[in-house]
Ligand binder design. Structure first.
Ligand code: HAM
Length: 418
């Protein structure tokens, strides 16, 4: 029997993990610079949280959730995204009593039963953040800056930022009525999803994957033209703050996002390199979600970035991730006594935070040299009885072949100075 990874899942192999580590490190660093702390939430939650939080008219909830009954008969769902779980944790752990805004970032796996495509997986990873308690629009611009700075630090260019406002319940309800009047004569010709949305959430008809390109949808009234005064002022505030820091954006009235919790600001970072799944990062404001999940009314905002999509983009842009450079030196032993000494040298080096490797396979000297040469480890030291007697070893820099004599108990000092 040969087992294979499940459809839509992928191993992240040791040979590529350095890319993930770098992206994770840079993302966490940028979040810390903005005052965000990491939160780790459970992989599964009770199903109702997502139905209520993400919204029971969304594709994510109606078609894509991994839902099952556990042995205790509870309906459990593997998280399809992070926001609902973070909101649940915010409420459950009484974080409303902390100084606002309460800011958290995360690095999670998420699960959606979707048709496989480039950049579309069933188990995927998201870098994300959520901030509670600030009405914005300063924080709206700030979280967009987090993504912008992350991209810049990773060397990624030319990702288009699209922004929109989808209003508050007041202007959106009015707009939904207007949309219903507009779509009523056409609804019978539209897809099944649109017919369901016509009743429950007409706004979502605007970004229908099936009918979205039809003239009737393209010519529909745009919510951005019907915002109430407060929502318009909020959107203008966001634009002026983005202008102030020099972040370029396009206003895209068709972004409504696929999850029901959004209010006012919505945004997406889009690229052409990730196949049809061009959205690398999406987010927005969700001022009603905490209350909807049982907490006190609290404004909230956040985003999530698909890490696989980000890495596809990085690859398409030819971004070089530094190679794994944690191992600094390979120590080859020529005798039993030398190997014993090497074990002690390695122990001390590692205790000092200096990565090193030695032979663990009983390889011949020649095979050890071959291994060291291929491994990309920058320094090599060969220790035999002569070196034990003299207490000194020649350390070779593999890049250019230069050799430096170093005392056996000063190897750490030599490497630290490099
Ligand atoms: P989302 O737009 O559903 O938003 O997902 C965010 C990102 O996750 C997408 O832009 C995409 O890069 C990635 N993604 C989504 N589905 C897949 C998939 N099947 N395979 C690979 N990558 C995928 C959210 O999840 C919201 N929770 C974002 C948010 C946080 N809004 C406010 N706070």
């Amino acid at each position: 029997m040969r087992y294979a990874a499940q459809k839509g899942t992928k191993d992240i192999l040791p040979a590529e993990i350095y890319k993930w580590h770098k992206a994770e490190r840079v993302f966490a660093g940028v979040c810390h610079d903005f005052g965000y702390e990491e939160i780790r939430i459970p992989t599964f939650e009770q199903t109702d949280l997502f139905q209520r939080g993400v919204g029971d008219t969304t594709d994510v909830v109606t078609k894509e959730m991994y839902t099952f009954n556990d042995k205790g008969g509870r309906s459990i769902t593997l998280r399809p995204e992070g926001t609902a779980g973070v909101v649940r944790s915010y409420i459950e752990n009484g974080m409303a009593s902390l100084p606002s805004p309460v800011r958290m970032f995360y690095n999670i796996t998420a699960f959606r039963y979707e048709k496989m495509q480039k950049g579309r997986m069933r188990e995927f990873h998201q870098f994300g953040l959520e901030a509670f308690g600030s009405e914005g629009p300063s924080i709206d611009a700030e979280i967009i800056s987090v993504v912008d700075i992350f991209f810049r630090k990773m060397g990624i260019k030319n990702i288009a930022l699209h922004i929109n406002s989808i209003g508050c319940p007041v202007c959106r309800n009015k707009y939904n009525e207007m949309l219903k009047d507009y779509f009523r004569p056409h609804v019978d010709t539209m897809c099944e999803d649109c017919r369901a949305r016509f009743e429950k959430n007409p706004l979502r008809m605007i970004d229908c994957k099936i009918d979205g390109e039809k003239d009737v949808v393209r010519n529909a009234p745009r919510l951005i033209d019907h915002l109430c005064d407060d929502c318009r002022a909020h959107f203008e505030g966001l634009k002026s703050r983005l202008d102030a820091v020099g972040i370029k954006y396009e206003i895209d009235p068709n972004i409504v996002r696929g999850l029901d919790y959004y209010t006012r600001t919505v945004f997406e970072f889009v690229s052409e390199n990730v196949g049809t799944q061009g959205t690398i990062c999406g987010g927005g404001r969700y001022d009603g979600l905490v209350e909807n999940c049982g907490g006190a009314p609290t404004p909230g905002i956040g985003f999530a970035m698909g890490v696989e999509r980000f890495l596809l983009e990085a690859e398409a842009q030819g971004i070089s991730f530094e190679e794994n450079d944690s191992v600094k030196i390979y120590l080859a032993g020529m005798s039993d006594a030398a190997n014993t000494k090497i074990a002690k040298i390695c122990y001390d080096l590692r205790l000092n935070g200096i990565g090193c490797e030695t032979d663990l396979m009983n390889r011949s000297f020649k095979a050890q040299m071959k291994y060291a040469g291929k491994s990309g480890i920058p320094y090599l030291a060969v220790i035999g009885d002569d070196e034990l007697a003299s207490g000194q070893v020649n350390i070779k820099k593999m890049e250019d072949g230069t050799v430096t004599p170093v005392e056996l108990d000063k190897i750490a000092d030599f490497l630290t100075a490099k």
